[in-house]
Write a protein that binds this ligand. Structure first.
Ligand code: SAM
Length: 273
């Protein structure tokens, strides 16, 4: 597959989305993920759901990002979408926005090369192979329109200074928009070097936040809006297999665990004054 480090973390997330399609009442029901995962590993569904960071909660996270994105695009059919650290997620195919929306899927060149082989292409959807931290990719994107930024499972793999540069550059570049991202807690970041799943992929988290609202303080036009539940999400408790539900109920009793991952939404509009 030719992926290294954080790039490999797209696989367990894709696998979770593919396994979700097997639930009697799926959370996301993403058949693109099922087909993509089958191509990567025809026997991917031999093992059951895991309950780790990159397991079924990642499907809950994807659903939350989809719901917010759908709402934003319904009100902004002229939007530009920046889907950052897209991996093999088929969000543009799931949401199926009108042709007036210009969609950009960005990830490292090796991931984009794999994406080209595995997922169908689509009009008004452009692939950009670049590190998100090399901000020259922003020059390829049309300005002057509302922007929707979706960074699912990306921020923890970036240094805080890079997240800050990215967010401020996007807010400076567009007249208005919505930013959706997810973060891990300071503790989850600091202990990530011991996380067996991350060790297996040869990576670790590089930043953490105990209060995602603090990111809004990085730019005067950026406002924190709200959060969606993740580890204690009602949809997880309603739809996950009993074994996974039991693990999460126990894990959520551990101090700090319920809020170890957070999904947050921000908005910005015209310059105040
Ligand atoms: C956990 S995966 C999530 C993939 C996808 N968003 C999803 O939810 O299925 C993390 C993704 O972030 C990408 N990534 C990490 N650091 C990046 C960077 N500096 N530039 C671009 N992509 C990055 C990885 O290559 C990987 O695809």
């Amino acid at each position: 597959m030719g992926l290294v480090g954080a790039q490999k973390t797209l696989v367990p997330v894709l696998r979770a989305k593919a396994l979700d399609t097997r639930l009697p009442d799926p959370i996301l029901g993403d058949e693109y993920a099922e087909r993509a995962m089958r191509q990567l590993d025809p026997g991917y569904d031999r093992r059951p759901f895991g309950a780790g960071q990159l397991g079924l909660v990642a499907v809950v996270r994807a659903k939350a990002h989809d719901d917010w994105a759908r709402d934003f695009l319904a009100g902004h059919p002229d939007a530009v979408v920046l889907h950052l650290g897209c991996g093999l997620d088929a969000r543009v195919l799931r949401l199926d926005p009108p042709g007036t929306v210009e969609w950009y899927d960005l990830d490292y060149p090796a991931v984009i090369a794999l994406r080209r082989q595995i997922l169908p292409s689509r009009e008004h959807a452009t692939l950009i192979g670049s590190s998100v931290t090399d901000l020259t990719w922003l020059d390829r994107v049309p300005r002057g329109r509302p922007v929707l930024v979706v960074a699912e499972g990306l921020v923890p793999y970036l240094a805080e200074t890079d997240v800050r540069r990215l967010l401020t550059a996007v807010v400076d570049a567009f007249p208005a928009g919505q930013v959706q991202l997810d973060t891990v807690s300071v503790r989850a970041w600091r202990t990530s070097g011991w996380d067996p799943a991350l060790r297996r992929y040869g990576t670790r988290f590089r930043c953490g936040f105990d209060d995602p609202a603090e990111l809004a303080g990085w730019h005067p036009r950026l406002e924190y809006v709200d959060e969606a539940p993740m580890n204690d999400s009602p949809v997880l408790m309603a739809k996950a297999p009993a074994t996974v539900r039991r693990v999460y109920r126990l894990l959520n009793l551990v101090p700090g665990m319920r809020r170890s991952s957070r999904i947050a939404r921000y908005r910005f509009g015209a310059q105040p004054g």
